[in-house]
Design a protein around this ligand. Structure first.
Ligand code: MCA
Ligand code: AMP
Length: 500
């Protein structure tokens, strides 16, 4: 089986792969050349062996993509770090993954150094110097990972305090993107406006690699900015985003003068595909988007562990509030609490797109998979309902401790544990409050330690050092106690009501 790396390296060398919003381009040939340089430096100068993990910290752009492809040419497993994390969180991921090296851009060298511990750094400039020093080794030019080798280790929050490393093999990633390409009609004529973060599978694979795999153009934005994205849509065919981005785009369209809005709407109408995913798209928001663009967004369901598993059709009826049907090759089952087939219950996914397992988490791996009819199924933790036509509607998570805010999956437990590390906090309980724009907003109820009066400003500042900004509570409640059941466990649905 060919891998995504094979597909990208097989694109016509002169064709444009990447474009910056200001119009600088990088060709597939340049990516091939640069990634061979990265592979040479990693293997020759840093002893990276097949199966090693390589971490990377870059801003979006050609060096990011060349490093990803170069690490794959060295047959390493890639861990994408982000500048959005505070040093403590990055350090924790590095400690868990134990990469052989961290490759970093000049911009993020200080941040990478802060999180590296004893792990050697490979600053981007040394890749240039190393390339110049020795040329490319034949080994780096020719090496290719096999389908069963590990491609990515991506961290996702779970029902424990510590994020888990999701291991995706090259074959699994290829199976995910091959099915997507077929369902969404991806081709080398596609131009994607890309403004998603790259440390999650949505931005990295579902959007970016999906387009590069078929020889299209990715316009990479450093961050999401609604007006810049709308401008870029004038010369693009595809946009993919989370519902919060859809909300920001619709707000920006509403705020335009009529002339500007008519022009922006015309560009959006000319695009062939606008996808919303990572969290539920409110139907009212989907309808507002359709009013401006002439089409309801194509909503689909995905997970870090699976890529996209279910989708509405490219052509044909997109049912608001539904995430559609399984992609080709994806096996979907709905089971009740006893594991029996049901119309409503937990969604299980099997087939070649399902990840290998969590990195060094035997217990999580034992709990996460079920065998049905000789087939391995992953327990998604999502409660769903099947309609008579076989379409799936997501009803919510089976655990109240998993939140989705602005498309990011968050663990309430992780945020609570961080809060409890503050000396003025005796106990903390975190819940998600419903929000049209963000899906859920993080809210924290705090029980202060005796003799203290913690404030939101103080706890917010403390948490900024501990957790990514998108995990920080936006609402606070200072209480003597929280609703609990007879066993003393917090009753979170009752706690949510106290924030109203
Ligand atoms: C920002 N704000 C928020 C939140 N985020 N308020 C409440 N909850 C939030 N989560 C507020 C800020 O307080 C601020 O308000 C204003 O919004 C702007 O903040 P800023 O930090 O600039 O926000 P942003 O940078 O514009 O971020 C919004 C975003 C970002 C671009 C939507 O969250 C994002 O990139 N999300 C994508 C996450 C993602 O890629 N998930 C995929 C995971 P004020 O102005 O009042 O100060 S993979 C996955 O889920 C699976 C596989 C799948 O299916 O795809
Ligand atoms: P992540 O771990 O960040 O990959 O998030 C995966 C989770 O996002 C899924 O288990 C769902 O709970 C949620 N999700 C993704 N797409 C959708 C969607 N279209 N509608 C509702 N929830 C979604």
């Amino acid at each position: 089986m060919a891998t995504i790396l094979d597909a990208i390296l097989a694109q016509p060398p002169h064709a444009t792969a990447l474009r910056s919003p200001s119009g600088e381009t990088t060709s597939y040939g340049e990516l091939a050349q640069r990634s061979a340089g990265v592979a040479t430096v990693l293997t020759r100068d840093h002893g990276v062996e097949p199966g090693d993990r390589v971490a990377m910290l870059f801003e979006p752009g050609p060096a990011f993509v060349a490093t990803l492809l170069g690490a794959w040419r060295a047959r390493a497993t890639v861990l994408v770090l982000t500048h959005l994390h505070p040093p403590k969180e990055r350090t924790m991921l590095v400690a868990d993954a134990r990469p052989r090296v961290i490759v970093c851009s000049e911009l993020h060298e200080a941040a990478a150094r802060e999180s590296a511990g004893a792990v050697p750094l490979v600053p981007w400039r040394t890749v240039h110097e190393g390339e110049a020093a020795g040329g490319f080794t034949t080994k780096a030019m020719e090496a290719r990972p096999a389908a069963h080798e590990r491609a990515l280790q991506m961290y996702t929050s779970g029902t424990t305090g510590k994020p888990k490393g999701v291991i995706l093999q090259h074959g699994q990633l290829e199976a995910q993107l091959a099915a997507l390409a077929e369902a969404w009609g991806m081709s080398s004529s596609d131009v994607l406006v890309h403004a998603l973060p790259l440390h999650h599978i949505h931005g990295l694979a579902i959007a970016m690699l999906n387009v590069l795999r078929v020889g299209g153009v990715v316009e990479m934005h450093a961050a999401f900015e609604a007006n810049a994205v709308l401008q870029a849509c004038a010369h693009a065919t595809v946009f993919m985003g989370v519902p919060t981005m859809v909300a920001r785009l619709v707000d920006a369209l509403d705020a335009m003068t009529e002339g500007d809005r008519v022009a922006a709407s015309a560009h959006l109408r000319a695009m062939r595909l606008c996808v919303s995913g990572s969290a539920a798209l409110p139907v009212s928001l989907g309808n507002r988007w359709a009013t401006h663009t002439g089409a309801y967004p194509l909503e689909r369901f995905g997970m870090t562990e699976l890529g996209v598993a279910l989708t509405n059709p490219l052509h044909g009826e997109r049912v608001p509030g539904s995430v559609g049907r399984p992609l080709a090759g994806v096996l979907a089952r709905v089971v009740d609490e006893h594991g029996a087939a049901a119309q409503e219950g937990e969604l299980l996914i099997g087939g070649p797109t399902v990840f290998e397992g969590y990195f060094e988490r035997p217990e999580a791996n034992a709990e996460s998979f079920l065998e049905i009819g000789g087939e391995r199924f992953f327990r998604t933790g999502d409660t769903v309902r099947l309609d008579d036509a076989g379409r799936v509607r997501i009803l919510g998570r089976t655990s109240v401790d998993i939140l989705k805010s602005a498309g990011y999956k968050l663990s309430a437990i992780e945020i609570e544990e961080a809060l409890r590390r503050h000396p003025s906090v005796r106990d903390a309980a975190v819940v998600g409050l419903p929000s049209e724009t963000y899906g859920q907003i993080v809210a924290a109820a705090i029980i202060g330690a005796e003799g203290t009066t913690p404030t939101a400003a103080e706890l917010g500042a403390f948490l900024e050092e501990e957790l990514a900004p998108y995990k920080l509570p936006r609402r606070w409640l200072f209480v003597n106690d929280v609703p609990r059941n007879a066993l003393g466990k917090v009753v979170k649905p009752e706690l949510v009501k106290l924030f109203r």
